[in-house]
Design a protein around this ligand. Structure first.
Ligand code: T46
Length: 135
């Protein structure tokens, strides 16, 4: 599955820590959009969609959450709980995000502007779509 954890270099000194994110360096694409998810209520699931083209990197700047990824063949679950780890998610992967801690701030870097038409919001439609494009 085209997903991977990226370990960011922490530039720490006696004052604390700093991480720099740079497009086409430790972020494997050109960054066109940044958004963050916070104040997520208990027992809420976010995501529940796939993207036709979008690539993203997710970073839990604070707190934690879990992410289930599904490329139509296999499932993999990650827990994000550290600001020095990013989760790269390629296009055509169904995602569900849950178990947000109260203090979770999830930063997302994306390689494209927001486009509603890039979303596949039905799981059955996702399965049909990947069957068409991947055969
Ligand atoms: C993803 C997961 C990790 C915008 O207007 N611009 C934006 O860039 C985004 C991402 C969202 N919105 C609006 C659309 C909705 O009215 O913000 C509202 C909440 O978005 P959504 O329901 O898509 O949020 P999530 O958390 O289910 O999904 C988001 C991203 O949409 C998605 O690409 O992978 O975070």
């Amino acid at each position: 599955m085209d997903v991977k954890i990226i370990d960011f270099e922490v530039m720490g000194d006696e004052r604390g820590s700093l991480i720099a994110l740079e497009q086409n360096k430790n972020i494997p694409f050109e960054i066109k959009r940044v958004y963050y998810i916070f104040n997520t209520k208990e027992d809420v699931k976010r995501g529940l969609h796939a993207h036709k083209d979008l690539q993203q990197v997710l970073i839990a700047l604070s707190g934690s959450c879990k992410i289930l990824l599904d490329d139509g063949r296999e499932f993999v679950e990650f827990e994000l709980n550290s600001p020095d780890k990013g989760l790269f998610i390629d296009k055509l992967i169904w995602r569900e995000i849950y178990d947000f801690s109260e203090n979770c701030v999830l930063l997302v870097l994306a390689n494209e502007y927001y486009k509603q038409e890039d979303y596949i919001r039905s799981y059955q439609e996702f399965k049909n779509y990947i069957h068409r494009v991947k055969k």
